[in-house]
Design a protein around this ligand. Sequence first.
Ligand code: AHM
Ligand code: MG
Length: 339
Amino acid sequence: MFMHKVTTLNQFIVERQAEIPGATGEFSRLLHHVGIAAKKVHREVNKAGLVDILGRVGTVNVQGENQQKLDVFANATFMDELRASGECCGVATEENEGIVVFDEELCREGKYVACMDPLDGSSNIDANVSVGTIFSIYRRKSAVGECPVESDFLQVGTEQIAAGYVIYGSSTMLVYTAGRGVNGFTLDTSIGEFCLSHPLVQTPARGRIYSINEGNYVNFPVGVKKYIKYCQEIDEEGGRPYTSRYIGSLVADYHRNMLHGGLFLYPETNAYPEGKLRLVYECNPVAFIAEQSGGMATDGTRRVLELVPGSLHQRVPFYAGSREMTRKLMEFLEFFNNI
Ligand code: AHM
Ligand code: MG
């Protein structure tokens, strides 16, 4: 019987490594451990309705938000796996105020640091709505053998070695880029492996979905309000109105739009005057994926990947998605900012 060839994440990583002259396998080991952590979090997310893992754990994270139990689990799991890889010397995560230094001798020799949001959209878990993990990997600037320092984690997004996300949705997928296109792997739970299901993802240049929390409409910048009205109008060729879709999970909203064509928007609002999403571990990784799949990511005027982070938890307005939609939005922002 003809068997369809399946490429697992680990095979894919090893094959890619073989294509890079001088590659030592360190980065491959790191990604392998990201995959293991993703499977562990998948397992817990899947049984979230069955066991007492839901609900607030009673602590408040550095940004004053109640931490959910699964946030705590995901944070610990990804940190443990990155530490176990021996290739990562420290992490910055949404759940930790400062950087976390892995000071075991093996880890200090690691060349990489990771920035991550271990469980994005976690307020959705108790309603069985998709959540995600977002990650970003940099080569450290500090000397190998020393403890990493904060500036290792505050590099511009263009310095990312790799970035991606895991979406715990109707199936669990790991999507990543190492700067040579975007590849998506779906978890086949029968064999416990991420299998290549979406090779070299390209997002449509034109999309028809816009994703924004319209409950904040009255607080949006004028350019965003006008753009939303533009999306809702009928054009001469019948190309609009566009479709509005908003889950409230960045990973799930972005992922759907990347596949179908669309634009994700989180502008500055009264509640979040700098925007809500965090540059270092939410916007930069998604921006890297956006660009590598042929899309764009901007804070309204500037390329997200070129923003210089001032602090680990810095927030920025964030717009990412199909190229033509992003450009059109930027036209609106520029025009209405200048009148
Ligand atoms: P979180 O990291 O605390 O889960 O918050 C980030 C989430 C994103 O996933 C999502 O895009 C956004 O917050 C939704 O915010 P809002 O509820 O204001 O629309
Ligand atoms: Mg988040």
